[in-house]
Design a protein around this ligand. Structure first.
Ligand code: G
Ligand code: G
Ligand code: MN
Ligand code: NA
Length: 253
């Protein structure tokens, strides 16, 4: 598989799809939303992980049309679930560095909201901590434009970058997502436990929602529940799955 050429043709060949991972309220156990995760299924090849092709898409600029496709598809899915009577479902979409740091992300999001009829109040955009800290002033401005449309913002992979508390306070964000690397050894590693405790306390003191990523075991879940973590994602509840399986979970949730 020659990655670059294949990636270039993937959009026109309709080889991308979105899987969704439930975001679960730790208190009630209910599914409160989903995170959209991009998948690439080239004909005659195994699925390629975004971890493998997002960096190449960033380098080649293909991330712009691919990112637009992800946003539009997630927004249309949100509208489709409302029409199907499942009700508004919060959908979180990951923005890559180049997508977020490019000039016109707010205009693109505005145009796609208009085109799809998506409710911005049920759309969350995830930006990693390291991308935000590349240029905190520009990030604050862009986030302000997005927040003004009613879109919610989350800092993804929190704890792996170096946010200053001053920047964190200025960002118009709604949620912090604790990086999976801290959750993984939570119940064996005292340092990771201390970090997770601190992030939960920090988030709550700033009136932010806090979501733990990569929760795999009931022991991790019990720890997070005892510490008042708001929401979680992870294999202990569900892997990212195709839209129809999410619908089934939402109908019983
Ligand atoms: O689902 P998972 O293993 O495969 O995702 C791997 C990585 O790819 C994660 O860091 C995730 O944030 C990223 N990713 C998944 N979907 C998207 C997407 O639509 N856009 C961007 N920029 N990154 C994504
Ligand atoms: O970078 P970001 O946090 O957006 O990406 C989420 C990534 O984590 C995706 O690749 C997703 O498939 C993966 N993921 C979600 N839940 C779990 C989990 O419980 N364990 C592991 N190992 N990975 C997970
Ligand atoms: Mn994410
Ligand atoms: Na993450």
């Amino acid at each position: 598989l020659r990655l670059e050429g294949a990636l270039q043709r993937a959009l026109q060949r309709d080889e991308f799809l979105l899987h969704y991972q439930p975001v679960v309220d730790i208190g009630s156990g209910r599914v409160t939303g989903v995170e959209a995760l991009l998948r690439w299924q080239p004909a005659g090849h195994p699925m390629v992980s975004p971890a493998e092709f997002i960096p190449l898409a960033e380098e080649t600029g293909l991330i712009v049309p691919i990112g637009d496709w992800v946003l539009a598809t997630a927004m249309r899915q949100q509208v489709a679930w409302v029409r199907a009577g499942i009700g508004p479902v919060r959908i979180s979409v990951n923005l890559s560095a180049r997508q977020f740091l490019g000039q016109d992300v707010a205009q693109r999001v505005a145009a796609l909201l208009e085109e799809t009829g998506c409710d911005p109040g049920y759309l969350t955009l995830e930006i990693t901590e390291s991308v935000l800290m590349e240029n905190p002033a520009a990030a604050t401005e862009t986030m302000g434009q997005l927040a003004a449309m009613g879109v919610q913002l989350a800092i993804d992979d929190f704890g792996t970058g170096y946010s200053s508390l001053a920047s964190l306070k200025r960002f118009p964000i709604h949620s912090l997502k604790i990086d999976r690397s801290f959750v993984m050894d939570l119940t064996q590693d005292a340092d990771d436990a201390a970090i997770v405790n601190a992030v939960i306390a920090l988030a709550h003191s700033m009136k932010l929602n806090v979501i733990a990523e990569g929760v795999e075991t009931n022991e991790q879940l019990a720890f997070l529940q005892a510490r008042g973590c708001d929401q979680m994602q992870g294999y202990c509840f569900s892997r990212p799955v195709e839209p129809q399986r999410i619908e089934a979970m939402l109908r019983v949730s």
